[in-house]
Design a binder for this molecule. Structure first.
Ligand SMILES: *[C@@H]1O[C@H](CO)[C@@H](O)[C@H](O)[C@H]1NC(C)=O
Ligand SMILES: *[C@@H]1O[C@H](CO)[C@@H](O)[C@H](O)[C@H]1NC(C)=O
Ligand SMILES: *[C@@H]1O[C@H](CO)[C@@H](O)[C@H](O)[C@H]1NC(C)=O
Ligand SMILES: *[C@@H]1O[C@H](CO)[C@@H](O)[C@H](O)[C@H]1NC(C)=O
Ligand SMILES: *[C@@H]1O[C@H](CO)[C@@H](O)[C@H](O)[C@H]1NC(C)=O
Ligand SMILES: *[C@@H]1O[C@H](CO)[C@@H](O)[C@H](O)[C@H]1NC(C)=O
Ligand SMILES: *[C@@H]1O[C@H](CO)[C@@H](O)[C@H](O)[C@H]1NC(C)=O
Ligand SMILES: *[C@@H]1O[C@H](CO)[C@@H](O)[C@H](O)[C@H]1NC(C)=O
Ligand SMILES: *[C@@H]1O[C@H](CO)[C@@H](O)[C@H](O)[C@H]1NC(C)=O
Ligand SMILES: *[C@@H]1O[C@H](CO)[C@@H](O)[C@H](O)[C@H]1NC(C)=O
Ligand SMILES: *[C@@H]1O[C@H](CO)[C@@H](O)[C@H](O)[C@H]1NC(C)=O
Ligand SMILES: *[C@@H]1O[C@H](CO)[C@@H](O)[C@H](O)[C@H]1NC(C)=O
Length: 501
């Protein structure tokens, strides 16, 4: 229904154009915006957006080629913010040009200060060949206070804003709240000082051909945070982020479901994809999510399902057709190079995880990591976990002096546990399925290499065709030993042939 041809303007009416298809175009230049990279355009662009809102029908707000510096902006219903090729919409660092928007993450203070806001709106587009720049280390050094070399981490300047605390005082780049039909298409978003795109209590959200480029050294630089939202498609997109690329988080009583993530390239200094709960009030269930054709490279933790607190049921998650490569970034970043990490541990004694994780499938996955897979329940909360057709290579290639550990942060003791690197470490699970698994430990053999499978306290274990190369196949735990004799025999034979041939 919407029109992207700006070359075919026919009629000029007052200060907006009407395209051949009858869609009004409001050009920010008509309100005096100057694209020189230094003029503050906040008032002029806000004025353009108000004119578009008053128009009431679907319209385009055009940011033409140029570098437009501005404070925060709210994009109303029926507006398509179109960034022409070579257009940059640049976030100002002047705190007085940002306003408080009630934050859902109240633990960090009552206010968010988003650069772009979509609030109680319907039918909104952000698209075009141009770029939105949040200013974090752009130009280099901007908003940077310090650099911590040992963990290759930039230390941001904290903003002097009221009613927020700590890191939450930096602006989030785009916040969408209580809205529907919000579409990000063909757009590039760079250098967010905090979370890049936050979607809260919204539905019918589409990301298609979106490039999010954060700074890998920037803390809390998430790509997409989906909170309490439904009917979401994220596809054909690339995300490079300092924190999680895609975090799907429940908060409070709303359920989250019907979420598809496909055809993605992800790189993160934290998790590629994370499914989690925001705090102890997370009671809304999360279900029916599909993740497929995802390539995760040079990332700390690949796929992470780790609620931590609340009491919701997380079920029917499918992860398939993936290529995952995870390396260790050192202890300052959460995660320890696990391609797949599923845990049901509590944050602390006050904030217990009492929900359930069930029916989670990982299949057709090729993974290479400095750590193996970690799948750990606690009190009867992990059920029906499937791994099918998985190839996992364990190797060491990062230059961090420490080596991977069991990293359970933020959780009850132990937050970090020294343990050898097993292929699959699985503990406290009900109904665990392993089918067609190949695990290979690359030489040179590291002193901390553990065992192929390390399984304990698993009820109803089913295994078929597990192959282990260059490592001892060893199984511990009480419940599953008998069932495994046959497989052990098979693997021993495989080993025998491996070394003989
Ligand atoms: C959005 O546009 C539709 C027509 O497509 C119109 O019916 C509706 O009132 C508009 N909503 C707003 C908030 O402008
Ligand atoms: C920040 O913006 C306010 C409001 O427009 C303005 O009065 C002030 O001069 C700006 N500060 C800087 C350093 O540009
Ligand atoms: C925001 O901070 C001001 C003081 O800086 C305080 O008076 C006000 O109550 C705060 N608002 C909220 C919502 O906390
Ligand atoms: C907006 O979302 C909040 C939760 O984030 C919810 O409490 C509130 O009811 C919603 N408001 C509307 C008008 O939908
Ligand atoms: C993705 O968007 C860019 C502009 O940001 C455009 O040049 C490219 O053709 C788009 N690709 C597809 C497959 O639509
Ligand atoms: C996205 O880009 C592709 C390729 O240039 C183009 O065909 C498509 O119409 C664009 N979509 C939007 C919504 O701009
Ligand atoms: C799932 O979400 C998509 C995208 O918003 C929507 O087109 C589809 O109808 C939804 N499916 C169901 C079963 O609601
Ligand atoms: C949890 O919900 C209760 C009751 O709705 C509220 O008082 C409390 O502030 C909430 N806690 C958090 C961390 O949101
Ligand atoms: C388990 O999840 C899959 C999606 O991965 C779904 O197709 C299937 O119906 C679910 N099974 C049950 C028993 O809910
Ligand atoms: C497992 O659950 C028990 C009981 O809630 C708790 O005491 C223990 O600390 C939990 N372990 C971890 C690692 O979270
Ligand atoms: C074994 O795991 C189950 C959950 O599957 C849990 O309820 C039980 O406490 C665990 N037993 C031991 C001895 O840790
Ligand atoms: C490790 O160091 C070598 C030699 O300095 C370098 O070529 C390589 O890129 C580094 N690897 C990583 C993952 O940082």
């Amino acid at each position: 229904m919407r029109i992207f041809l700006f070359v075919s303007y026919i009629i000029v009416v007052a200060s907006h154009l009407i395209t051949a298809q009858g869609v009004a175009v409001f050009n920010i230049l008509d309100d005096g915006a100057i694209g020189d990279g230094t003029t503050d355009n906040t008032q002029s662009i806000r004025h353009t957006l108000i004119r578009a809102a008053d128009y009431n029908l679907p319209s385009i707000v055009l940011v033409p080629a140029g570098d437009f510096l501005t404070g925060s902006l709210q994009i109303p219903s029926n507006v398509s913010l179109h960034l022409a090729s070579n257009a940059i919409l640049r976030a100002s660092d002047n705190a007085s040009l940002y306003s408080c928007v009630p934050s859902i993450t109240t633990d960090t203070g009552p206010c968010d200060y988003p650069f772009l806001l979509v609030d109680h709106a319907h039918n909104v587009y952000l698209e075009g060949e141009g770029r939105i720049d949040g200013g974090a280390n752009s130009p280099p050094g901007h908003l940077v206070r310090d650099y911590k070399e040992s963990s290759n981490m930039l230390i941001p300047i904290e903003w002097n804003l009221p009613n927020c605390s700590g890191y939450s005082c930096r602006p989030k780049l785009l916040v969408v709240r209580n809205s529907s039909s919000v579409n990000l298409i063909n757009i590039t978003i760079t250098n967010s000082p905090l979370w890049t795109i936050t979607i809260v209590e919204s539905d019918h959200i589409l990301f298609d051909n979106v490039t999010i480029m954060g700074d890998r050294r920037w803390p809390n630089n998430d790509g997409i945070d989906l909170i309490n939202s439904r009917h979401v498609i994220i596809r054909n997109s690339n995300i490079i982020a300092g924190d999680d690329c895609i975090a799907i988080i429940s908060h409070g009583p709303s359920s989250m479901f019907n979420i598809t993530v496909e055809n993605m390239n992800l790189q993160s200094t934290s998790a590629g994809i994370k499914v989690s709960a925001y705090d102890r009030n997370s009671t809304g269930n999360m279900y029916d999510m599909i993740f497929r054709n995802v390539r995760i490279t040079d990332t700390n933790r690949g796929l992470c399902v780790a609620p931590r607190w609340g009491s919701n049921i997380i079920s029917n998650l499918l992860f398939e057709h993936m290529n995952i490569e995870t390396r260790f970034f050192g202890l300052d970043w959460w995660g320890s190079a696990e391609p797949i990490y599923v845990t049901g541990l509590s944050t602390n004694a006050d904030q217990l995880w009492t929900g359930m994780l069930k029916n989670i499938t990982f299949r057709n996955i090729i993974a290479k990591g400095e750590q193996g897979f970690i799948v750990r329940g606690n009190t009867s909360i992990l059920e029906n976990i499937h791994f099918e057709n998985i190839s996992l290579t364990i190797a060491r290639w990062s230059n961090v002096t420490e080596h991977p550990a069991h990293d359970y942060r933020p959780s009850q003791e132990p937050q970090m546990a020294w343990a050898k690197v097993d292929g699959i470490f699985a503990m406290d699970i009900d109904k665990f399925y392993l089918q067609d698994i190949n695990i290979d430990y690359q030489q040179p053999r590291q002193s901390y290499y553990g065992q192929c499978l390390n399984l304990s306290n698993i009820t109803q274990m089913v295994q078929n065709n597990i192959q282990c190369q260059n490592i001892d196949y060893f199984i511990s735990g009480q419940n599953s030993i008998e069932k495994l004799h046959m497989i052990y025999l098979f693997i021993s034979l495989a080993f025998f042939y491996y070394f003989i041939l």
